[in-house]
Design a protein around this ligand. Sequence first.
Ligand code: IMP
Length: 438
Amino acid sequence: MPGTCVIGLQWGDEAKGKIVDLLTRDHDIVVRYQGGANAGHTVVAGDEVYKLSLLPSGVLTPGVTCVIAGGVVINPAKAIEELDELASRNVEDSDNLLLSDRAHVIFPWHFAEDRSMDRNTSDGENIGTTGRGIGPCYRDKVGRSFAVRLGDMYRGTFADQVRHNVAEKNRLLAAMLPADEFEALDAEAIIKQYGAYAERLRPYVADTTEYLLSAAESGKRILFEGAQGALLDVDHGTYPFVTSSNSSGVGVSNGSGVPGRYIDKVIGIVKAYTTRVGGGPFPTEQDNEIGQQIRDQGNEYGTVTKRPRRCGWLDAVAIRYTSRLSGVDSICVMLLDVLSGLEELKICTAYEIDGKQSDRFPSHVDDIRKVVPVYESLPGWQEDLSGVRTLEDLPQAARDYLDRISELIGIPVETVSVGPDRCQTIPVGDGSAVAASL
Ligand code: IMP
């Protein structure tokens, strides 16, 4: 069976892009299947640093076809910007890209709605979205009356569709926004602007569901690149403080159109600690000197929004839950080097809620807010890990930390990352999928 998935098991920013980049060489096709330009993946190749938010990390590898499947919401300006940037940096084959004609398109009104929506959550805490129009675009997709799919942009009805949407959106935005923030949208200007985007993207647009099904049936090796993390999954995450797509492993099939029978391996990506951007509960958050030390050492500032990320200890209860939810076979522990210099490391092994201990991840946000983490302490290490290339060369305390993570989650660690570069990667045992690429 040809499919491998890479899924973040926390709240995103687990450094999935690095693992996807390493695995890409062993695949024919790399697929993004949910989310949009709210993701930020950084890939470091030698001296070159690439920051992508929409295009799959696979565009950096020659000979691989990259697919943005129907479950993604596409900001066409961003797609063009990233294609131009890659072309200007002579990335070979960045044109080897297919964009689903079923993918929904982000329009200017979605940005305005995103800003407005984020001020108006029912319980007073803001979601803190990335402001990229993602939620409103998915809302229109489900609502159906004001949605535009990429394939619609090449039909004679496109201009009228935009006029219809703009009339309604102007009415809504005038009611939603403070008067000094409301600026009426101009349908004709949008038709012109998006018409130009459509022409530029025309060569890439395809029925990717059919393409991927045929590829899977003929045994092509497909890599599914998850965006965000499983705790941000709209159905199974810390709702409502989530993104608007299925960012856990359960989203692969609905976003790509490829059924589970073609997926044979799910790799879970775990940061050696936890971060979260935006609002919502975070049981192991360290809003103190420890959190600041992790933020400084890990340069924990958003790739997309540059916001400082909230930092805290590793949460084994949450990861156990998301790894089960995503059907994870093995995990990669990322950014282990960031923890050097801490005297003591803590791992949350259980939750105490209303005086009762549990190892279950709660379904309701109010219960997650009540969690008092039960911690286990492990000794830290002082050594710089960035030059370590084998498991044996890691300090004993770092190996003990990895062993304990694997034991608590019940899943083997197959790869450890000690820096952003491709070479700063340690395969563990014989089963590491990235070993061949190092
Ligand atoms: P949205 O996806 O822009 O609607 O934002 C919803 C929530 O998901 C916010 O808390 C964002 O900070 C978070 N989020 C969205 N994309 C990412 C990501 O790629 N990494 C981390 N957090 C993200």
